[in-house]
Design a protein around this ligand. Structure first.
Ligand code: NAP
Length: 483
């Protein structure tokens, strides 16, 4: 663990085995933090908050740029660590690493642009004397940011919290996922080498229910930036309310892809494959439901089946692998349960539909790329986030059916619409309840400097470097009476 600028063991010497989901090999044995360790990390961050707030913007920017540059130099090691730790194919892990370099670079730039504005008080006649008052706002760091992140982008989703927090002059207590902690520990070393003052970044790995919980309930933590499941997020939000701290929640999704009659078939099929099966569907923005026009149906399905059959399932360390394992046996069980429920209610598995048990895959957590057709709203898979390599295909004909189907879940993260009629696409986009709608593009797309976040059970607040900085700062209003 990295606490107060030192690498330390846990208070009670407990350890955690980090396992490769592709073969169950133990990759590392690391300290497993207790609630007491979390308190120490919070204390260290709390003491360092003043130091962080006083670091000038050029220094915060220099450190972030230095980390970006060191990460770029060490990217091969990071890519392999991500691939082994969470089973992400190396091609995707390389994209994640390159994006983390970008996030750090954007944060270094934004650190120098954090600014307020002057407010023309003389636009109102009272109280008298406003023409003699100078008023302006400044943005101040909130103090200590608790950053809790999930396994699926173990580097970049943590960077989306840590880099803006530090850019804004905060200190951080980070709790990476128990199943994917190694990238976070690696990046902490780079912050240390870049000269970040002691205690400005602290990393404790341990169970969410104790270590995460302590960060959420602590009076010394001023904001929680959480990415993870919607149920966890709801619980965190309720607990954080007791100390009235700011909460930014980036939660689950059930992202619909609408394919209208006039869609470009080739583009739609390619998007459906990529956004359903990338990282075995373990992406919050993955396409969970393909809502398909009746008219295009047979052509789309023939082409989709063929593309899915061509996906290469295998070892995440191989460049050509498209689909690797899922994170855990528990996750495999959940995916299997949702697929079985759908099949029992009439869905048809055109491809896959089962876990892979042959000798080649049995030691890993592999589920076959699955195409479930004839999915209906009463099946669990139509409403629960499957977090696995499963496409659920539904049908619609009229415009309002597409919109109703898209809006039928409790989630609202991203959606996509495939059509060659831009006006129709924009009209539907306005009716869909989601944080983002992509017309003729994939649900999985996210740009690291653009606003990102969900509505309904998909979250609140926005990330995307400058947007995260706005969330992790307080606006202060200052008035000077010149009279
Ligand atoms: P998760 O089980 O909710 O865990 C996320 C993090 O929260 C982990 O670090 C976990 O620690 C911690 N945690 C668990 N219970 C906690 C508690 N009671 N208090 C404080 N922290 C707690 O999610 P996951 O399975 O890792 O990730 C998958 C989910 O994340 C999916 O629903 C996905 O859609 C969502 N996600 C959303 C976004 C987005 O930007 N909207 C991006 C990626 C993923 P442990 O690891 O120790 O349990």
């Amino acid at each position: 663990m990295f606490i107060g600028g030192r690498w330390v063991d846990s208070e009670d010497a407990a350890t955690l085995d980090v396992v490769n989901p592709a073969n169950q090999e133990v990759l590392a044995r690391i300290p497993k933090a207790s609630r007491e360790d979390a308190r120490k990390a919070i204390d260290a961050a709390s003491e360092a908050a003043r130091v962080a707030a006083k670091l000038p913007a050029h220094e915060r920017s220099r450190i972030l740029l230095k980390v970006a540059s060191m990460l770029e130099q060490n990217s091969q090691e990071m890519v392999e660590t991500i691939a082994k730790n969470v089973g992400k194919p190396v091609a995707d892990a390389a994209v994640e690493t390159a994006r983390a370099v970008l996030v750090l670079t954007f944060a270094a730039e934004e650190a120098k642009r954090i600014t307020g504005q002057t407010i023309p008080l003389d636009s109102q006649p009272f109280p008298p004397g406003n023409q003699n008052r100078l008023a302006f706002t400044i943005r101040e760091p909130v103090g200590v940011v608790g950053a809790i992140s999930p396994f699926n982008f173990p580097l970049n989703l943590l960077m989306h919290k840590v880099a803006p927090a530090i850019a804004a002059g905060n200190s951080v207590v980070a709790k990476p996922p128990s199943e994917g902690p190694l990238p976070a520990l690696m990046i902490a070393k780079l912050f240390e080498q870049a000269g970040l003052p002691d205690g400005v970044l602290n990393i404790v790995v341990g169970p969410g229910e104790t270590v995460g919980d302590e960060i959420v309930i602590s009076e010394k933590v001023n904001a929680i930036s959480f990415t993870g499941g919607s149920e966890t997020g709801k619980e965190i939000s309720q607990k954080a309310a007791r100390t009235n701290k700011k909460v930014i929640l980036e939660l689950g999704g059930h992202n619909p892809m609408i394919v209208l009659d006039d869609a470009n078939l080739e583009a739609a099929v390619s998007s459906a494959v990529s956004s359903t099966f990338t990282f075995s569907g373990q992406v919050c923005t993955a396409t969970r439901r393909i809502i398909l026009s009746e008219k295009l149906r047979s052509k789309f399905m023939a082409s989709f089946d063929q593309a899915v059959a061509g996906l290469k399932v295998g070892n995440p360390l191989e460049q050509t692998t498209n689909v690797g394992p899922v994170i855990s046996r528990k996750s495999l069980d959940k995916i299997e349960g949702l697929v079985e429920d759908a099949k029992s209610k009439g869905a048809v598995a055109r491809k896959g539909g089962n876990r892979l048990v042959s000798e080649e895959y049995s030691r890993g957590n592999y589920f076959a790329p699955t195409v479930l057709d004839e999915v209906e709203g009463d099946m669990k898979i139509a409403n629960s986030e499957v977090f696995g390599p499963v496409a659920a295909v539904m049908k619609a004909s009229k415009e309002e059916e597409f919109v109703d189907a898209a809006n039928s879940t409790t989630y609202g993260l991203q959606a996509s619409i495939y059509t060659s009629d831009l006006a129709k696409g924009i009209k539907l986009a306005k009716e869909i309840k989601a944080g983002a709608v992509l017309i003729n593009d994939r649900t999985t797309l996210r740009w690291d400097n653009a606003p990102f976040g969900g509505v309904k059970m998909s979250g609140m607040g926005r990330e995307g470097v400058s947007y995260a900085i706005a969330e992790l700062t307080d606006l202060k209003f200052i008035v000077v009476n010149l009279g």
